[in-house]
Write a protein that binds this ligand. Structure first.
Ligand SMILES: [Zn+2]
Length: 150
């Protein structure tokens, strides 16, 4: 919080574009180059026009579950939980989180029963497991989840 204020004071007249760009830059990780690299390597550059940004910081950590990232197809927006912008978070874990959200944009949902959609389909799960650090990332997630919860 204090950091953000400082930055604003130091550059009171940033052009709008620059201000928007800042939002993919965290304190420790810049999401943009991570996204671009994953897009080239695993999706043949297929995800076009996507914005990737750190979500809003919450006042309180959640109690029950933690949402690492979200994707909104309508406005091609991927948001990553800003709690992941911390030095103890391995880059390969952050890459996995981004990959997961990106995969949603290329693997279609399925309707399971009336009105019920399944987003983590068989195909989705299979392609997710193909990600090189998948197992390591899931293990890290299990072992470190408590650090993100209250
Ligand atoms: Zn998902």
């Amino acid at each position: 919080m204090a950091k953000k204020t400082k930055r604003k004071l130091a550059h009171p007249k940033l052009p709008m574009q620059r201000q928007l760009n800042l939002r993919h830059e965290g304190k420790y990780f810049d999401l943009r180059p991570i996204f671009d690299q994953l897009n080239e390597r695993y999706f043949r550059g297929r995800l076009r026009g996507y914005k990737v940004m750190w979500g809003r910081r919450r006042k309180h950590r959640p109690r029950e579950y933690f949402i690492f990232g979200t994707i909104q197809e309508e406005d091609r927006m991927i948001r990553i939980n800003p709690s992941l912008d911390q030095p103890f978070v391995p880059l390969w874990f952050l890459r996995y989180v981004l990959y997961h959200e990106m995969l949603h944009s290329v693997v279609p949902d399925e309707t399971v029963s009336r009105g019920r959609r399944r987003v983590h389909t068989e195909e989705f799960n299979r392609r997710e497991r193909d990600f090189p650090s998948y197992r390591r990332a899931r293990r890290w997630e299990e072992e470190n989840l408590a650090r993100f919860l209250r």
